[in-house]
Ligand binder design. Structure first.
Ligand SMILES: Cc1ncc(COP(=O)(O)O)c(C=O)c1O
Length: 444
């Protein structure tokens, strides 16, 4: 099949209902990606485009890693599948043992899922079940944060705070509430690194404690760095304050690290980078470098031991998925960890942080740039919406970037960046010079 061949799909595009896509628009003018290597995709017209998003924040070690491919192949030859319900295969145990060494104590136990959304629902359920197991079953409220994204399961949408994801799906879960978001462009625009203002916004949780009573609140879930809302960095001291309030009131703190886990912030996870350890942490995406779907929920020693101490014999948590700990995912995950370890990728964002921020900040005086938010290897450039046409400028700048050889996602008028962690210094400069060119080319 030639990559220049436009007729890659037989019998039209209609059968496939594409996720999170303007199907009619895409199908009227489709664009196919046909291969990927390292930092680059190749599309069906033979264009090479630099992957500015590591897929969807997930291909952290870059595309096409023979070591991972080989591990998956070898695993298929040995054991294609075995379930984990009252049964076991060694790979899930081995992978869990290796994973926990990368994350802060006491997050020493892992529950496997198949996606970020499943990790979030699992975390919320563990929180509810934990309180019940301790005889504290009135703690049932789940608190999220405005502008939060926690996947598309009913639990995740209910604690999520993005109106477009919530407004279509009825009443969602009862008993959820939200603290205020921390995006404050007026006070924090162009902060290089974590914003200075806004730690006090963590106290908004106290408002909900006053409203509902702490003894009715099970958990609060936040992304340490919000991604899908257009990269919102935590104000300095904010996460520490949230931790204090949760501890003081017996509320479990859940960090949704589905995008921040596995090196995005220059450490294994945000908890490590920011020195704030949650009670439960959700991950997915980079865990297998996106080759085989997988997620993992980490819980503290205390939470795990609470379940192991319940008096009733039998299953301690009636929850799990057919593919929890799938052997292929475990094999892919182990090979991915080998690469992260041998190439030092989990820390690489810290080394590149200064260059990343400096290059990004060069765009601050371009027309209509109203904020730049950057940290380690995550970033966002927010554009002033065009009068009467919100989001249009972002779409056009994103399209222009693609023409110039960079696939940079736009979320509305925000250009978001999360390249593979193998990115070179020259490629970082290239990313920002392409975006600068695109912003200059597209009218305000
Ligand atoms: C913070 C966060 N949580 C959960 C999810 C959902 O992950 P998935 O799409 O694998 O279900 C995402 C996806 O981007 C995410 O960014």
């Amino acid at each position: 099949m030639s990559i220049a061949d436009h007729n890659l799909v037989n019998d039209g595009l209609d059968s496939y209902w594409m996720p999170f896509t303007a199907n009619r628009k895409f199908k009227a003018d489709p664009r196919f990606i046909v291969s990927a290597r390292g930092m680059y995709y190749t599309d069906s017209e033979g264009n090479q485009v630099l992957d500015g998003s590591a897929g969807l924040w997930c291909v952290n070690a870059g595309h096409y890693r023979p070591q991972i491919n080989e591990a998956i192949r070898a695993q298929l030859e040995e054991l294609d599948f075995a379930h984990s319900f009252n049964a076991g295969h060694p790979h899930a145990f081995n992978f869990a043992n290796r994973l926990v060494r990368h994350f802060p104590d006491p997050l020493n136990h892992v529950f496997f899922t198949n996606s970020g959304s499943e990790s979030v629902d699992t975390a919320l359920k563990i929180a509810l079940a934990y309180h019940k197991a301790r005889g504290d079953g009135s703690r049932q409220r789940l608190i999220g944060r405005e502008k939060g994204y926690h996947g598309m399961g009913f639990g995740g949408v209910s604690v999520g705070g993005l109106v477009k994801n919530r407004s279509t799906f009825g009443m969602l879960l009862p008993g959820t509430d939200h603290i205020r978001h921390t995006l404050d462009i007026e006070r924090n625009a162009f902060s290089a690194g974590l914003p200075v203002h806004g730690a006090e916004l963590a106290d908004d949780l106290l408002r909900l404690v006053d409203l509902h009573g702490a003894d009715n609140i099970a958990a609060v879930i936040v992304e340490p760095v919000a991604g899908a809302a257009g990269v919102i960095l935590p104000p300095q001291g904010y996460l520490q304050r949230l931790r204090e309030i949760c501890t003081e009131h017996g509320i479990l703190l859940i960090f949704d690290e589905v995008i921040t886990g596995f090196g995005r912030l220059g450490a294994s996870c945000a908890a490590q980078r920011f020195g704030v350890v949650p009670d439960i942490m959700t991950t997915a995406k980079g865990i297998t470098n996106a080759t085989v779907p997988m997620g993992a929920v980490f819980v503290t020693e205390e939470i795990y031991q609470t379940f192991m101490a319940v008096e009733t014999p039998g299953v301690e948590l009636n929850h799990g998925y057919t593919y929890s700990g799938h052997p292929l995912a475990c094999a892919a995950g182990m090979a991915t960890l080998d690469i992260y370890e041998s190439e030092g990728l989990l820390d690489r964002g810290s080394e590149l942080d200064e260059l990343w921020i400096n290059e990004a900040m060069k765009l601050r005086d371009l027309p209509g740039v109203i904020d730049i938010r950057c940290h380690a290897l995550i970033g966002a450039i927010e554009l002033r919406p065009r009068a009467g046409e919100p989001m249009q400028r972002g779409v056009e700048v994103g399209k222009r970037c693609y023409e110039l050889g960079l696939w940079a996602r736009n979320i509305g008028d925000i250009i978001v960046l999360s390249p593979p962690l193998i990115i070179s210094e020259a490629e970082i400069k290239q990313i920002f010079s392409v975006i600068a060119q695109a912003i200059s080319d597209i009218p305000e």
